[in-house]
Design a protein around this ligand. Structure first.
Ligand code: GLN
Ligand code: ZN
Length: 765
């Protein structure tokens, strides 16, 4: 009998109940008891959903009030010393203090979970880190499941991944040195789980998807040898990438089973099937946990049958990874077009697919004939649907040539022409795009959506906001203006809604971090832009001032990364289609007289594959897509781009290759560490390293910004330098924004004066 199971269920709730509960608790509207009751209700509901889907083995321990890594930190008693945890149980207060900070202690750092849009809380390690079981939450949750009649498989982040994803807070310290004292605590946890009646523990070790150094690989052998003989069985679980390079090693590990991801890496099956150890389970992740398409059940069944003929009873079936990265239930989508809905599967539907496949394997194809046929039909309808195909765009893709990703003249020529046209001072000042999204703005947008106000009224409301933004920028004395993005609630959704090939859900939420969720739009078909998307707004803004106003667009790579993307063609093709749509928008803006156009690519780095060997291929098509979107303009039209993360030294050449005339980037949080990279690699075009952190309510003094700029001047020619904040200002308030920008403009003035003096000195010398 092939057994069906799940690796993890989304915990945010089908209507984001966890979000509301958490935020109510943080506001003080409910107390900790009420929070715990609500959380337990959610867990119970999710367990029941999974049982109803027909799974054999249901996970516990996959729930978290904030984050699964933080749960491990609490369970293992690894709260950083600065939180003064003492020897007590780590309760809610400390748990949330670590996640969100307190008046006296900053929160623990947060970073992306592999290549997903989920962010985990980064463990902090130093030589004094000690482990102990410091939270009984997990054991309580197991008991809850048992009380429901569910004998759960318990999910833990494995010891290697837990250490690997943490950071050392003490120079010279190696976190791997903590393994020896970590393992006994894992053993203790396993023993306690066994005493509760738990048979299986899923040890998540996704670190195996990364390029691993040898010491980590030997540590893996060491760790699982030390866990050998534990009172529970262990399923070593990998996902997000192929682990076939470690196949021999993994087969040898003294664990009771392995899970591999066949959606990201279908080809790795054969190597695992080859002389797979007797007595070891192989769990195949055959249903895609990272996307929302309905599976091709017939094809999956063929793969599974092949595996079954080798594995027999040792075969398990599951989604590729935890369903944390998928929305909860498609049934809640009442407004989604029924044709499109039929192509999709959210978490609940994916578990039904897993269970159908199990039935097919165990009882024969005939038992699931109807469901197989329905799945094949849905795939076929999707393939053939006219709404997914646009001959015009396909033909344009065919006709793309090298020239389409080439500006007319090299940057040096363009720079002179642009300087003549815009006559900007040295160190020009600008902002990244959005201005405060006040409650009036949000109310107006919501009223418009609900049909409570008409077109004209909405237009008036937004124009008033644009006027306000322009007049504030005049007062502050910036050099290059923006319109403020009042009409956009989300930089991807805004464009997606105006493009053919995109669909939107009502409840398709996915947890991003803590109580925060995103609702990625669904990119299902060929992208086509029926009409201009931004020109009216920008043109209106430009009509209010003599300063240049930037046209503001979202780039093709970011559109792709922040959507659920079609899986029936390479992502590179989809990126090019998006690029063409944006290219047309750029052309319309240019025609309307807009001379500076910014194409944001904040998600550019996110697309980097987990394994370095695949980086070049990605960078090649991602850069190409950006170039296609931005190269169709005259030399004296200035293309800007914006990226907001600080680690990009390793991809600087690719970023230079994008060819934007100006790039603005985040640097202030790292106090311009980024600029280290510019010592070795001379960035050829103009660049605006953010001089203050918009994420923090703290407004730095003029002197601080000046200091950062002076630092930048040491590695970047001042003639190439722009002055701007880190990112868009939509989350800030107007008073904060005005003060911060006034100081920023003043810092630029002071630096200009300094540079002038030093130039005069050189000339007279
Ligand atoms: N132009 C966008 C803004 O200012 C950029 C947002 C981003 O970088 N994520 O809001
Ligand atoms: Zn940004």
């Amino acid at each position: 009998m092939a057994l069906t199971h799940n690796l993890g269920f989304p915990r945010i709730g089908e209507r984001r109940e966890l979000k509301q509960t958490l935020e109510a608790f943080w506001r003080g509207d409910i107390d900790d008891k009420q929070l715990q009751i609500k959380a337990a209700e959610l867990r119970r509901h999710h367990w029941i959903l999974q049982r109803e889907a027909g799974l054999d083995l249901i996970p516990a321990g996959d729930f978290a009030l904030y984050d699964q890594m933080l749960n491990m930190t609490a369970l293992l008693g690894a709260a950083p010393a600065r939180f003064n945890a003492g020897n007590d149980e780590i309760g809610l207060d400390l748990y949330f203090a670590m996640a969100r900070g307190t008046a006296s202690q900053p929160a623990m750092e947060m970073t992306k979970w592999f290549d997903t849009n989920y962010h985990y809380i980064v463990p902090e390690f130093d030589a004094h880190t000690r482990f102990r079981i410091a939270s009984s939450q997990l054991f309580r949750e197991v008991a809850e499941a048992m009380a429901l009649g569910i004998s759960p498989k318990v999910v833990l982040v494995g010891p290697l991944t837990y250490l690997y994803l943490g950071k050392e807070t003490e120079p010279g310290f190696n976190r791997l040195d903590l393994l020896t004292q970590l393992l006994p605590v894992y053993r203790e946890i396993l023993a306690r789980l066994a005493s509760l009646g738990v048979e299986w523990v899923q040890m998540d070790e996704p670190l195996l998807a990364l390029d691993l150094e040898d010491d980590w690989l030997s540590a893996l052998d060491h760790a699982y040898a030390a866990l050998d003989g534990a009172e529970t069985k262990l399923l070593l679980t990998t996902y997000f990438e192929a682990v076939d390079n470690h196949a021999a090693r993994l087969k040898k590990l003294p664990v009771d089973g392995l899970h591999i991801d066949l959606c990201r890496a279908p080809d790795q099956l054969d190597i695992f099937l080859e002389s797979y150890p007797i007595g070891k389970i192989l769990s195949l992740g055959i249903i895609d946990g990272r996307n929302i398409w309905r599976a091709d059940l017939a094809q999956a069944l063929t793969t599974l049958s092949r595996a079954q003929s080798t594995l027999g009873e040792r075969l398990w079936i599951a989604p590729s990874c935890s369903l944390l990265h998928c929305p909860v239930d498609l049934e809640l989508e009442t407004r989604l077009d029924s044709e499109i809905k039929n192509w999709l599967a959210f978490s609940v539907q994916k578990l039904q697919e897993v269970s159908i496949l199990g039935q097919g394997l165990n009882q024969g194809q005939d038992a699931i004939r109807e469901k197989l046929d329905a799945s094949t039909r849905a795939r076929q309808e999707r393939r053939e649907s006219p709404r997914n195909h646009n001959p015009v765009m396909q033909e344009r893709l065919q006709r793309l040539t090298q020239n389409d990703s080439q500006r007319t003249s090299p940057f040096a020529v363009r720079q002179v022409l642009q300087q003549q046209r815009f006559q900007l001072p040295d160190l020009p000042t600008t902002t990244i795009g959005s201005f405060p999204q006040t409650s009036e703005i949000r109310q107006a947008r919501a009223a418009f959506r609900k049909g409570e106000i008409g077109n004209l009224q909405y237009l008036e409301a937004m124009r008033k906001e644009i006027q306000l933004a322009i007049s504030k920028q005049e007062e502050i004395g910036l050099d290059v203006f923006v319109h403020g993005e009042a009409e956009r609630n989300d930089m991807v959704e805004y464009f997606g809604e105006q493009l053919c090939g995109y669909a939107f859900t009502e409840n398709g939420w996915v947890q991003s971090y803590g109580s925060r969720c995103v609702k990625p739009p669904i990119l299902h078909g060929d992208i086509y832009r029926p009409e201009s998307m931004t020109v009216d707004w920008i043109q209106y803004a430009q009509s209010q001032t003599t300063k240049p106003v930037k046209g503001m667009l979202t780039g093709p790579v970011t559109m792709l990364m922040w959507s659920f993307v079609r899986d029936d063609q390479p992502r590179s093709t989809t990126a090019l289609q998006l690029a063409l749509a944006i290219r047309d928008e750029v052309a319309d803006l240019e025609r309307a007289g807009i001379g500076i156009i910014q194409i944001d690519e904040p998600a550019f780095r996110e697309g980097l594959p987990l394994k370095k060997a695949a980086w070049n291929e990605y960078l090649k098509w991602a850069v190409e897509a950006f170039r296609v979107s931005s190269s169709g303009v005259k030399d004296d039209t200035q293309i800007h781009t914006h990226m907001c993360y600080s680690e990009f030294n390793d991809i600087l050449p690719a970023i230079a290759d994008m060819g934007a005339d100006v790039i603005t980037i985040e640097t202030s949080r790292s106090r311009m560490e980024l600029l280290d990279g510019f010592g070795e690699f001379k960035y050829p075009n103009e660049i605006g390293p953010g001089v203050y952190d918009i994420h923090s309510p703290r407004i730095p003094e003029t002197g601080e910004m000046l200091e950062l700029l002076e630092k930048a001047c040491k590695v970047i020619n001042p003639k190439q330098l722009w002055v701007n904040p880190d990112c868009g200002l939509k989350t800030r308030s107007w008073p904060e924004v005005v003060t911060a920008l006034e100081r920023m403009v003043e810092a630029a003035r002071q630096l200009r004066a300094q540079i002038n003096i030093s130039q005069t000195e050189t000339i007279s010398a």
